[in-house]
Design a protein around this ligand. Structure first.
Ligand code: RB5
Length: 155
């Protein structure tokens, strides 16, 4: 299942992506299905999306804010989440193949979001690319090791 959510800046982009997912018959859940509110800060959205993604190993998330930066920082604070801010198909493909990313972050206020079909191509690349494993397992383990190193310190 594809879990999608956005802060107030990304509502229109989210709707556009949902239309695309619907047309392509992808199963999705919009976890921020509310209209523009002051309280919809990107860390809250990141938390809602990531919590849902972690419910099932096969879930992936799409998390949107203005630049995609804030939401990707917040998503990457959640243990077990590997969030990738992608601005082209190459990034989206290799975020999956090499980094086993489970959340795609997008920036609704970026130039790329104005290009017709570009965001849809990025989303498509992310959904249709798969982790290659092998030598990348070692590197992902090193990321988990870093997570564990800073578990209690918090700095
Ligand atoms: C909200 O104004 C904006 O700061 C947010 O959407 C995002 O771009 C943060 O990184």
């Amino acid at each position: 299942m594809i879990i999608i959510g956005s802060d107030h800046t990304g509502i229109n982009l989210k709707k556009r992506i949902i239309n695309y997912l619907y047309d392509k018959h992808f199963e999705y859940a919009d976890v921020t299905n509310f209209e523009n509110q002051d309280g919809d800060d990107y860390p809250d959205i990141a938390n809602i999306v990531c919590r849902k993604v972690l419910e099932n190993m096969s879930n992936i998330g799409i998390a949107i804010c203005g630049t995609g930066i804030g939401i990707s920082i917040a998503c990457n604070k959640v243990r077990g989440i590997r969030a990738a801010l992608c601005t082209d198909e190459y990034m989206a493909t290799f975020a999956r193949k090499h980094n086993n990313a489970n959340v795609l972050c997008l920036g609704a206020r970026l130039k790329v979001a104005e290009d017709k079909d570009k965001i849809e191509q990025i989303v498509d690349s992310f959904i249709n690319s798969f982790y290659e494993g092998g030598r990348h397992d070692r590197r992902l383990q090193k990321i988990r090791d870093i997570e564990n190193m800073y578990k209690e310190d918090g700095r």
